[in-house]
Design a protein around this ligand. Structure first.
Ligand code: SF4
Ligand code: SF4
Length: 389
């Protein structure tokens, strides 16, 4: 499913810095400082789409510097992921401007949160305009956490878009509910690609589901691969903001990517990338083997984040008598505290219905939600209500 390649560099962006000597099959990272380091592009075939995508793709959700996207395209990354709603609608515009000159060399995926056909197709037109392209390679129904969120109207929108040549392939993304969603979405016999949360914190039961979907020739894309940034958060650990980047480069991020990519049934991962350091770090993770040291590092990290990080297992769905969508709210908090993207977290929180936003867990007495993974649910929800409410 995955393989390595010596495909030539794309574009002319590497002409400047001198390249260090490179072993056969590897490439040197162009660097402004220090010795050049090696990386190698590896590829997966995205299921029935047949698209050959770099196994480390580019999640644009939190990127605000277009030059990082351009550099990734120059270095051979060929799959870029955005969504209509990211950054209040501005992310697609930035991605489109950055990728315009690379459009025939890269694949672009975007998403709609719409729940009816007309809105979905209107979203698609906006996405195409903002991305400066006449088609998307993959168009996802965005963040569907239960089968009821995938109705006939939105499926019809994808069929129409395909028929009209505005999308090549249809996908669906979900953060949690894999146990229910993967079989249900497979049964529809409609989708070409699944975009799912998948990382080292998840339980083993998810593995056969992923294998089953990939063996049915559905392209499998992993998101949330770094489990909330796999770093101590600002609020929990009182880490000064200027130390965050350094903490993120302790090796845990690389180990987390390697963990995802060691699964042969995952075609590619789309980690969020905000700067060139993260880009280079991720590139090095693409072809590197997962080691015992990586396993130890992730085990330690799992213990560290256990009380704070929701593994999106779905076990607590419906447990709150007031209807609190626990895993969603914890994910919004993760955007703010794990990714350092407060605006993104608040934006998502504010999109919840008013009656859910008015819930105050502090007034609840004892929480009815019991997390088998040790997340301090009520405490984290109160935190979310405090910072977003
Ligand atoms: S809070 Fe716990 S039980 Fe609920 S989805 Fe997250 S990890 Fe699972
Ligand atoms: S503390 Fe919050 S999540 Fe827990 S039962 Fe009460 S309202 Fe629901």
């Amino acid at each position: 499913m995955s393989s390595t390649s010596r495909r030539s560099f794309l574009g002319a962006g590497l002409a400047g810095p001198a390249l260090a000597s490179v072993r056969p099959g590897g490439r040197a990272l162009p660097q402004a400082r220090g010795a050049a380091q090696e990386y190698k592009l590896t590829y997966g075939t995205l299921g029935k789409t047949g698209l050959r995508v770099t196994r480390m793709a580019f999640g644009c959700m939190t990127t605000s510097d277009p030059s990082v996207i351009e550099r990734a395209a120059d270095m051979g990354i060929n799959f870029f992921d955005t969504a209509r709603v990211y950054q209040g609608g501005n992310n697609e515009r930035m991605v489109g401007a950055a990728l315009r000159k690379y459009r025939d060399k890269v694949y672009i995926a975007s998403k709609t949160k719409a729940e009816d056909r007309r809105t979905a197709l209107a979203d698609l037109e906006t996405s195409l305009r903002e991305l400066q392209t006449d088609h998307l390679d993959v168009w996802y129904l965005h963040s569907r956490s239960s089968p009821s969120m995938v109705n006939e109207e939105v499926l019809e929108a994808q069929r129409i878009a395909k028929r009209d040549g505005k999308i090549r392939f249809a996908g669906v993304s979900f953060h949690d509910g894999h146990r229910e969603m993967i079989p249900a979405m497979m049964k529809l016999n409609h989708f070409d690609v699944f975009l799912i949360s998948y990382n080292f914190t998840m339980d083993a039961w998810i593995e056969p589901l992923i294998e089953q979907a990939r063996k049915a020739n559905i392209g499998m894309v992993a998101m949330k691969g770094l489990a909330g940034g796999v770093r101590p958060t600002v609020s929990v650990y009182k880490v000064p903001a200027d130390r965050l980047n350094r903490l993120n480069r302790t090796g845990a991020a690389v180990a987390a990517i390697k963990w995802v990519l060691k699964n042969p049934y995952i075609d590619t991962i789309i980690p969020s990338i905000v700067d060139n350091d993260q880009l280079e770090e991720n590139l090095r993770a693409m072809a590197a083997p997962f080691t015992e040291a990586d396993a130890r590092l992730l085990a330690a990290r799992l213990e560290e984040i256990r009380p704070y990080y929701c593994r999106m297992c779905g076990s607590c769905k419906g447990a709150c008598p007031k209807g609190m969508p626990v895993s969603d709210v914890l994910r919004f908090l993760m955007y703010a505290e794990g990714y350092g993207q407060f605006g993104l977290g608040r934006e998502n929180y504010q999109s919840l219905p008013a009656e859910l936003r008015s819930i105050r867990c502090a007034e609840c007495g004892s929480c009815a939600v019991r997390c088998p993974n040790g997340v301090r649910v009520a405490e984290r929800l109160m935190r979310a209500q405090e910072v977003f409410g």
